[in-house]
Design a protein around this ligand. Structure first.
Ligand code: ATP
Ligand code: MG
Length: 416
């Protein structure tokens, strides 16, 4: 679990701001769920024999002897909340959320025990159009973040639950005679969750997996039609994708569309966003059958992409207020006035005194572009000075009452 330090937080803020604008632009509403739920919710939705439920959940017994878990993802909680508050019954919903998730994984680059996801979930919409909308929404975000060239969309269809039963059997029939070639994990999955063998990251199994039966050959007609419909919509929208028959996702609730956005720029943990359709989940958790589709993106991995390519310098302040000599309350007051009258401009006040040189050093370190200097000797004449910290430009002394317009003008002109 990580601390997010001041040097990293501007990237987070930038991403979070863009995300809020993005979802607003698509007419999605925010939902906020608690970070703990009753454990059976996750076991029932994500699936008993998945990595998450088998070995990654933070589960504990609370004072009422009830088993609770820190949420490992948002979809189950979102569906639970939707059912509980009657948001899903005979309605359409387009929801989004953002926040921490918890999985007890082996920590490594791009894989943490507390990480953050932004997710979107849609309910009551059965057609491929909303699948396409969700994908377009993510594609827009990559464009805005200027990482569009670094990510690839992978797409597959898991078909209906019946498709999966038939396909599961085909996989067992195929892998069983080769069981000795499988690694321990995959051998275990042969009994519990054979689809997950396809998801194996062990390169030794590549050839064997390559020869496995293809899910596409088992798709039911309606699922095929849905998938073709989605592909047509994506083609029309100019979204490039690769159909990846091995893409099965690690959670049990998916059917039909599944997708992942993958990058090569992050090493092994290259999936920055993953999602798909889960038409059976609402009913399975006690609601009325409701088609649903959504995704979740891993914010740490996206921030890592932004940090890797950025030469941005993030300043903490735009204006630094310096007081020379005994200025009493005047410097504090000037800083307050600047905040009142120069909206959007970040003002840092020198606190703790110090000679001019020392204050000037602090001003420089703050990243501010301008220092406003208040000298005790000029107080009576009501004059202040402006010193430009990032350009060769003469310091000027002006009447105190004009400083606000000058500052506003300066930052307007320099495109702040
Ligand atoms: P992986 O195959 O990498 O384990 P997953 O299938 O378990 O991923 P999802 O449950 O689909 O992941 O979560 C959606 C996204 O959340 C992932 O694509 C990834 O970007 C991010 N994510 C998942 N687990 C972690 C983690 N432990 N640390 C950081 N990000 C994560
Ligand atoms: Mg995982």
């Amino acid at each position: 679990m990580n601390d997010c330090l001041p040097e990293a937080s501007p990237y987070w803020q930038q991403l979070e701001t863009l995300i809020r604008q993005l979802v607003a632009g698509y007419g999605y509403s925010e939902i906020r769920m608690p970070v703990v739920e009753k454990t059976p919710l996750f076991a029932r939705s994500i699936g008993q024999v998945t990595d998450i439920v088998e070995k990654e959940m933070y589960t504990f017994t609370d004072r009422n002897e009830e088993s609770l878990s820190l949420r490992p993802e948002g979809t189950a909680s979102c569906v639970r909340a939707g059912i509980e508050h009657g948001l899903l019954y005979n309605q359409e919903q387009r929801l989004w959320y953002m926040g921490p998730m918890f999985r007890h994984e082996r920590p490594q680059k791009g894989r943490y025990r507390q990480f953050h996801q932004m997710g979107a979930e849609t309910f009551g919409l059965a057609g491929p159009d909303v699948d396409a909308e969700l994908i377009l929404m993510t594609a827009r975000l990559w464009r805005q973040l200027e990482i569009g060239d670094e990510v690839e969309l992978q797409l597959n269809s898991l078909g209906s639950p019946e498709t999966r039963v038939a396909y599961r059997q085909a996989l067992v029939d195929y892998f069983m005679p080769h069981a000795d070639q499988l690694d321990e994990d995959s051998r275990r999955r042969l009994d519990t969750n054979p689809l997950r063998i396809l998801d194996s990251k062990n390169p030794d199994l590549d050839a064997l997996i390559e020869g496995a039966p293809r899910l596409a050959d088992y798709l039911d007609d309606e699922s095929r039609e849905h998938f073709d419909g989605l592909c047509t919509l994506l083609d029309a929208a100019g979204i490039h994708y690769r159909v990846n028959p091995r893409l099965v996702r690690g959670l049990d609730y998916y059917n039909r569309t599944v997708f992942e956005w993958v990058t090569e720029s992050l090493g092994a943990q290259g999936t920055i966003c993953a999602g798909g359709r889960y038409d059976g989940l609402v009913e399975q958790l006690g609601g009325k059958a409701t088609p649903a589709c959504g995704f979740a993106m891993g914010l740490e991995r996206i921030v890592a992409l932004l940090e890797a390519r950025s030469d941005q310098e993030f300043a903490a302040a735009d204006v630094y207020v310096i007081g020379v000599g005994d200025t009493g309350a005047a410097a504090l007051n000037l800083a307050e006035q600047l905040r009142d009258r120069c909206p959007g401009i970040r003002v840092r006040l020198n606190c703790g005194g110090g000679n001019f040189k020392k204050q000037f050093k602090r001003a420089d370190k703050s990243g501010a572009r301008v220092a406003v200097i208040l000298a005790a000797s000029e107080l009576e004449r009501d004059e202040v000075s402006i010193k430009y910290l990032r350009e060769a430009r003469d310091q000027v002394t002006v009447p105190g009452r004009t400083i606000y317009d000058l500052i506003n003008q300066y930052f307007l002109e320099s495109g702040n």
